[in-house]
Ligand binder design. Sequence first.
Ligand code: HEM
Ligand SMILES: *[C@@H]1O[C@H](CO)[C@@H](O)[C@H](O)[C@H]1NC(C)=O
Ligand SMILES: *[C@@H]1O[C@H](CO)[C@@H](O)[C@H](O)[C@H]1NC(C)=O
Length: 489
Amino acid sequence: MDVFDGNKFLNTVLLLITTIIVAKLISYFIIPKSKKRLPLILPGWPIIGGLLRFLKGPIFMLREEYPKLGGVFTLKIFHKNITFLIGPEVSAHFFKAPETDLSQQEVYQFNVPTFGPGVVFDVDYSVRQEQFRFFTEALRVNKLKSYVNQMVSEAEDYFSKWGSSGEVDLKYELEHLIILTASRCLLGREVRDKLFDDVSALFHDLDNGMLPISVLFPYLPIPAHRRRDNARKKLAEIFANIISSRKGSNKSEDDMLQCFIDSKYKDGRPTTEAEVTGLLIAALFAGQHTSSITSTWTGAYLLCNKQYLSGVVEEQKNLMAKHGDRVDHDVLAEMDVLYRCIKEALRLHPPLIMLLRSSHSDFSVTTREGKEYDIPKGHIVATSPAFANRLPHIFNDPDKYDPDRYAVGREEDKAAGAFSYISFGGGRHGCLGEPFAYLQIKAIWAHLLRNFELELLSPFPEIDWNAMVVGVKGKVMVRYKRRELSVNQ
Ligand code: HEM
Ligand SMILES: *[C@@H]1O[C@H](CO)[C@@H](O)[C@H](O)[C@H]1NC(C)=O
Ligand SMILES: *[C@@H]1O[C@H](CO)[C@@H](O)[C@H](O)[C@H]1NC(C)=O
């Protein structure tokens, strides 16, 4: 009896232990989700959470938190969880995930009243994808070649109006030149030649109607939003007229407007006038301030770094020796030194400082230190070109202007794979206008370097963190003197 009872007891204990172990194993292998390793939530105020810190400037917050917490943490604003993924090790999913996992539509909704109905973030992904295809086609190399000729002649025209010497606000001058060029290449000859003042005034109202508050409340009844909505209506009328007159007269032009008019959806349906207008507005919003800001930073750095300035001037001389005065797509493509100088200005000052997605599925990331985090669906995820572009484990002496870091042998922009340098985003939604932007900025600076001696009069500019597209604060005064760059100099 005793022996039997003892055995029974032992068996029960063994069974119990086995059950516990098996249960543990099952829970470990089958349901690891029950032990979520959530990112730390930054402390914040009740209800509004981290709103105040966020409004004070996300970059300042990242500078404080990254050294303490690493690249993954969550900020609560109202009921939203915004999880940051900083650094190429954790941001790959951000850039590569399909739309079903991470989408743009919700977080970029605030663009809808500006771009207008029926385009980009107002339509389903399947339609949006087709509209992005229209962008891709409008920015193909054969099209870029004809845009470049327009960029070059706009720059020649513009700077021919400068005197033989003088002082200018370079920031203002480059903004102006870029809107003229964008009008010509994107909006078309009709706007550039006849309607420039009207249309740029309307774009100005659209611009001023996109405020930080518009991101949260795009339809708030404030005067800036009312002016935005009126401007959007008037632009629609202007473009409807231009489009129907082009269609009526069988005229075909070399501009983005024409590409959008000629674009067709998969089912054969052509674009409507309203869609063409919306796509053009989207192109201008994507490409105008970003390019003009980058041109200004490039100038500020070149004029403060004689070593790099003489490098780009030398390159122009070599190209003039080879090609004479010809500046076209292929000559611009040879300007590697200038390219690296622009790229480095853009690393230090990406105009889009924060990129967002809305997450629809759980995912996990592993940091550089080997820590794993699970990010639950429903979070907003964010990454920051302005912060990630200065990570010291990727960019040597990251705050230094050093265009040679991209030269063969160093290639720091690829140090940690495709998402090391993210001024243009990357992956699934990488910038479609990158080649266009470089061509435009190179065309401007090639002209300036060949025709003027320049000197920066203002102190080195500060960053205007408060703008939606982050740029240069205040004026950038420059003294110029005309010169003929001679090949044998
Ligand atoms: C220096 C100039 C520019 C910079 C720094 C820049 C930056 C960016 C960035 C960071 C993104 C990714 C946004 C995200 O992932 O949420 C983007 C997307 C885009 N950019 Fe640019 N951009 C520039 C010029 C241009 C120009 C000139 C155009 C067109 C003419 C353009 C058209 C686009 C388009 C259509 C997208 C959306 C791509 C997509 O969502 O699939 N960009 N740009
Ligand atoms: C435009 O082209 C179409 C087809 O090529 C033609 O039928 C039409 O008469 C042309 N219209 C004008 C105004 O030239
Ligand atoms: C945000 O995170 C908290 C804590 O992890 C969670 O309780 C809450 O449901 C989340 N909110 C949303 C909208 O995902």
